[in-house]
Design a protein around this ligand. Structure first.
Ligand SMILES: Cc1cc2nc3c(=O)[nH]c(=O)nc-3n(C[C@H](O)[C@H](O)[C@H](O)COP(=O)(O)OP(=O)(O)OC[C@H]3O[C@@H](n4cnc5c(N)ncnc54)[C@H](O)[C@@H]3O)c2cc1C
Length: 469
């Protein structure tokens, strides 16, 4: 019987445990989790009105591999689609529809963004194709924000690109790498450089737009996102149950040692068991760096470069939805004076299954990499900031609408910063780990932060681990 240890019972750890169990019914699988609950950044909270996600709330349903995986877990009937209500962006003291076209808010011309930028910036976007070419080497990376600001000006970065990317990565565009976060744009820049054409941002965005498959006008569009009727708890509970692993809660792993007999785990709540034959580490990057120090020093050193962004989600249930815009949510431009929230999700407008509960459910998000003072603020300060910003932006008076439930979820170090060095760092870590027998790593820092990417990465790591010996 092979003895597996998995550190971390978030999505990566539980998925890997499930994957191992599919192939090896007799395996002993111990999962060690520092917290008193499983799920990590997936956290469904029992509001009076029903289960409500306070971490991830959806996944990219265009990734059919993820939908297939959830269907295989038996959750196919509980997958739900969004209403199709559109998102807005708050910039220059006004609400605007999110511009169409472009990539991640980066337009190919000024037309879609005219309401969001000054006439000067609009002219600059349209003249960008005439500016000297970008000095781009195939395969290189750069900061998204730096490139957009250099080519189009800071307004495009601050009003749009950081607002969109910030909603996914909790980082401003300057702190994110093109290849890791807008890979289609990196591929287009490569393609222009490779074919000897002039490399400009507008030409690269145009190339991305031209690659989109036009939808057959008679067909029903596939929803871009999907969620779970009863929240992500359905996923982490199904994984835990079907993996039939021994999940140890309140088990903080502080160190790993290896000898000829296998891997030994140390730490409070981790009882000294017989050594493990194979080990998978799925903790956030800085923790993984510490844990690998003895057993994979090179990987550990490389992983220390990854920094984390913190954020906080304030979930609010109102008795009445009267006056809340009929939109799925609002992204806030980073340079918007007097507004502290970075985004609002109008969950009950975005998701019909949540709307059916009555009233209004709103999630306010605060905090970006390098700007996390509010993540530490007292709960009443955060709730006041959420209510004040919501009223300031939309006119919706949440206090008058009857605030019946509140949940504040702080995500300290919730997301890894995918900057322009990130992919090289991941490659170096993978190389370091590959040299150590029966050891694997997985998680949001490794193969992408989105739920489908984390599942994919964890399954692949589990498969490699099972191949050993
Ligand atoms: C606010 C927020 C919203 C998000 N929204 C979405 C979304 O809508 N859609 C989407 O696709 N993705 C979303 N994501 C991203 C996605 O949720 C995460 O990338 C994913 O859940 C990470 O899973 P993981 O297993 O890699 O890490 P984690 O969930 O961080 O799991 C790691 C686990 O390891 C445990 N651990 C840490 N240290 C130790 C230790 N020393 N010993 C033992 N255990 C330890 C932790 O407690 C944790 O349970 C969101 C993320 C956040 C923070």
């Amino acid at each position: 019987m092979t003895r597996y240890a998995i550190i971390g019972a978030g999505l990566a750890g539980l998925t890997a445990a499930w994957e191992i169990r599919q192939s090896d019914p007799d395996a002993l699988i111990d999962v060690f989790e520092a917290e008193d609950r499983i799920g990590g950044k997936l956290h469904t909270v029992p509001f009076d009105s029903g289960p409500t996600d306070m971490g991830a709330e959806a996944y990219l349903a265009l990734r059919s591999d993820a939908t297939d995986f959830f269907t295989g877990l038996g959750l196919g009937d509980d997958l739900v689609s969004p209403s199709g209500a559109r998102s807005l962006v708050y910039s220059g003291g006004e609400l605007h529809p999110l511009p169409g076209g472009g990539v991640m808010g980066i337009p190919a011309s000024s037309a879609p963004v005219r309401d969001l930028v000054s006439a000067e910036t609009a002219a600059r976007i349209d003249a960008e194709g005439e500016a000297p070419a970008i000095d781009w080497e195939v395969g290189q990376d750069a900061s998204v924000g730096t490139l957009v600001t250099e080519r189009y000006g800071a307004e495009v970065t601050d009003h749009l690109v950081s607002a969109l990317l910030g909603g996914v990565y909790s980082c401003a565009a300057e702190d994110l790498g093109i290849r890791a976060t807008v890979p289609q744009l990196a591929a287009a820049l490569d393609e222009l450089a490779e074919s000897g054409q002039k490399v400009t941002l507008s030409a690269a965005v145009q190339l991305c737009e031209s690659r989109r498959t036009p939808r057959d006008p008679g067909s029903t569009p596939t929803p871009v996102f999907a969620a779970f009727r009863h929240g992500y708890a359905q996923v982490y509970e199904a994984l835990a149950e079907q993996a039939q692993a021994d999940i140890h809660l309140d088990a903080f792993v502080a160190g790993i040692a290896r000898d000829l007999r296998g891997y030994h785990l140390k730490g409070p709540g981790v009882s000294p068991e017989a050594p493990y034959d194979r080990l998978l580490v799925t903790t956030p990057a800085p923790t993984t760096a510490v844990l690998l120090r003895e057993v994979a020093p090179e990987a550990s050193a490389a992983l220390r470069a990854v920094q984390l962004a913190s954020s906080v989600v304030v979930g609010m249930k109102f008795d009445s939805a009267a006056g809340l815009p009929d939109n799925s949510g609002i992204l806030v431009a980073v340079d918007e004076p007097g507004v502290r929230a970075k985004a609002f999700t109008f969950s009950s407008k975005k998701w019909p299954h949540l709307g059916a509960r009555g009233g209004a459910l709103v999630r306010a998000s605060f905090g970006r990499f390098g700007d996390d003072a509010l993540v530490r603020a007292e709960e009443d300060v955060l709730v006041d900031a959420a209510l004040d910003d919501l009223e300031h932006i939309t006119g919706f008076d949440g206090r008058a609408a009857g605030l019946s439930e509140i949940y504040v979820q702080r995500w300290f170090g919730g997301l890894p910063r995918y900057d322009e060095t990130h992919l090289a760092t991941v490659a170096a870590v993978r190389e370091g780990v590959a040299g150590v027998p029966s050891l694997e790593v997985a998680g949001a820092w490794a193969g992408g932060v989105g739920v489908p990417a984390v599942i994919d990465d964890a399954r692949a790591a589990a498969a490699r681990l099972m191949q050993v010996g």
